[in-house]
Ligand binder design. Structure first.
Ligand SMILES: Nc1ncnc2c1ncn2[C@@H]1O[C@H](COP(=O)(O)OP(=O)(O)OP(=O)(O)O)[C@@H](O)[C@H]1O
Length: 591
């Protein structure tokens, strides 16, 4: 019932067309009765009736009319079938289009946690194969069911009109057919749920392997990955075969019952003709329409299979359809404000599910200040910056921006006040110009170049075959790690936000380029609070303050000079890094 309601809801805008399609299906199928009826008249009046010869001579016009009627109704039915299909196609394609956009927007609106939990390949399967199954259902399965039921009902009605006893003899087969179908449906349903899951695993494996093809090649793991893919492919094939074999368990019974219709008709109908209970014309009508009863019985297996597939697919679609992100944009702000840029973490604790990652973290960044965060890998640095644009929400404590808890700010407004260059650089397969101006499509060519220069990217961009118009491959293929980082940095700077977050953005660039970037960041003309995650002392040295994070706790906090004087973690990192650099940064670092 829920499924029908869902379909009805999503047919909005196409309901009239769909109802028209259903009505045309019923009318078209009902007309199936006409030709057997005309056949009966022709047989009884002009072929085997007592007055057949006489009628042939005297009522030739009637015969021609009946023959023309048969041709006319056949053409009419073909025309109706065409019109019906058009309505089903339009209604189902329009619905598919609308639902796909809805799902796409839904997925876009999900929070980071959702993407942590859901695999890309699985989401892709929902957006493609599952949606197609739903369309197939409303265009084909519903059509087949409506037409089969109509033909069945009309044929049975007509049979009763001709001879009720013979009809009951035929209908004696209906209960065993329905019981067999019921058991088949019950057995096959969980198989389609598992089949759908295996398809999703197969697609996820394909998507992951294609996306990670360079890593696979680098580690010469092609054979292993091919084997893994084969395994999933085999799983999917096995599940398909298992479902098909279940059908084969029931198929002989259903086919035998369907065949039995003709046998009963031949025996009982033949006897009835001999006893003159029915005319030969009526027998011919029965015979011409017997498929109207047996065919729906035959296709019942196919319909049940498709319906089970539909249920499995719809369940997956509905999960996305009704998914509500925990962190959602409530669209509170009428106009977006520009923040001052102060950030305060107040006793922040954070857990991923039940794993604690941050413990009682407190610090303040004043507008325009630069704070560097350093610490061992896995210490929680990225997690800290993820809390500022609310990619995740704190488990306890508060993150304030301009004195307001981020959870009380409008999400769009909050995020449009933050420029971020993430640790995993993700570029789009677009022009370099398009990538730099991604956050601000209105950015002038001149400004695009200016920000590229600030991020020390202009030089290498100019050397590319088509400069700023060069199209880069998916995820930045064709660029070095450092080049990608510089493009990501120019993209983050180009949006000119009051808060700039750089997560290990210069780790892959050489020291000279890094110094250029440092100077650019200090010279940014829009006043900007910066949080820079870095492992190099050369990056952190000039920050107003440095936080050292270890095991999710702030263990040291101060300026470069203060932390060196403490002889703690920072000092050790400093000593491990270049001695020559020590002199350089001590001179330039803040006291
Ligand atoms: N989405 C996630 N789900 C569960 N655990 C996560 C998730 N992201 C990170 N973690 C865990 O949280 C901890 C902190 O991760 P985080 O990425 O913040 O560390 P980091 O200090 O930035 O490390 P790195 O310097 O290597 O980038 C790690 O133990 C990591 O395994």
């Amino acid at each position: 019932m829920f499924e029908l309601k869902w379909l009805w809801k999503n047919l909005e805008g196409n309901r009239a067309r769909y109802i028209l399609a259903l009505c045309l299906s019923v009318i078209g199928s009902s007309l199936m009765i006409v030709n057997p009826f005309l056949t009966q008249r022709i047989v009884d009046n002009f072929i085997v009736g007592e007055d057949a010869m006489q009628n042939l001579a005297n009522e030739r016009e009637l015969l021609i009319l009946l023959c023309l009627g048969m041709v006319g109704f056949t053409l009419l039915r073909s025309g109706l079938a065409y019109l019906t299909m058009m309505q089903y196609e339009h209604a189902s394609q329009n619905m598919l289009y609308n639902v796909r956009i809805f799902l796409y927007n839904k997925i876009q609106g999900q929070d980071k946690e959702y993407f942590d939990r859901n695999r890309t390949g699985d989401l892709m399967t929902r957006m493609t194969g599952d949606l197609d199954m739903v369309r197939h259902t409303i265009a084909w399965i519903v059509k087949t069911i409506i037409e089969s039921l109509t033909i069945f009902a009309v044929a049975v009605g007509y049979f009763f009109y001709i001879d009720a006893v013979l009809t009951w003899w035929l209908l004696i087969l209906a209960p065993p057919i329905f019981i067999t179908s019921f058991f088949f449906a019950r057995r096959v349903r969980p198989m389609y749920v598992s089949l759908r899951e295996r398809l999703s695993q197969l697609n996820s494996a394909a998507q992951e392997n294609i996306a990670a093809n360079r890593v696979i090649k680098a580690f010469a793991r092609e054979d292993y990955e091919i084997e893994k893919f084969h395994e999933r492919n085999a799983n999917y094939q096995k599940a398909n075969k298992a479902a098909a074999l279940v059908w084969l368990d029931y198929f002989p019974y259903l086919e035998t019952f369907a065949q039995a219709f003709s046998v009963i008709l031949m025996i009982a109908g033949g006897l009835f003709v001999m006893e003159d209970r029915i005319t030969f014309g009526e027998y011919a009508a029965f015979s011409a329409l017997i498929w109207a009863i047996s065919n729906p019985m035959r296709s019942i297996g196919m319909i049940i299979n498709d319906i089970q597939r539909f249920f499995a697919s719809l369940a997956k679609i509905v999960e996305v359809y009704y998914a509500t992100p925990r962190i959602a944009n409530k669209r509170l702000a009428e106009t977006k404000r520009r923040y001052e840029g102060s950030i305060r973490f107040d006793h922040v604790t954070f857990k991923y599910d039940s794993v604690s990652v941050l413990h009682d973290v407190s610090f303040t960044v004043h507008p325009g200040e630069t704070v560097a965060i350093m610490g061992p890998t896995g210490a929680g640095k990225t997690t800290i910056v993820n809390l500022i644009p609310r990619f995740y929400d704190v488990t306890s404590g508060h993150v304030f921006i301009d004195g307001v808890d981020v959870r009380k700010l409008d999400l769009d407004e909050l995020r449009s006040n933050i420029g971020i260059a993430t640790q995993d650089v993700l570029l789009f397969s677009d022009t370099i110009d398009g990538n730099v101006a991604f956050g601000d499509p209105e950015l002038s060519e001149e400004d695009t170049k200016r920000y590229a220069k600030l991020a020390a990217a202009d030089d290498f961009i100019r050397k590319m075959p088509e400069g700023y118009d060069t199209i880069i491959g998916e995820r930045g293929v064709g660029l070095s790690g450092g080049q990608k980082q510089r493009l990501a940095l120019s993209r983050a700077m180009a949006v000119q936000r009051p808060i700039l977050i750089l997560d290990d953005t210069t780790s892959a660039v050489d020291l000279e380029t890094e110094e250029h970037i440092q100077n650019s960041l200090n010279k940014l003309d829009t006043g900007c609070t910066k949080i820079i995650i870095a492992q190099r002392v050369s990056t952190t040295a000039k920050a107003d303050r440095i936080l050292i994070l270890d095991g999710g706790r702030v263990i040291e906090e101060g300026t470069h000079a203060e932390l060196l004087a403490r002889r703690g973690y920072y000092y050790e990192v400093f000593m491990l890094q270049n001695e020559g650099l020590e002199r350089q940064v001590t001179a330039g670092g803040k006291e």
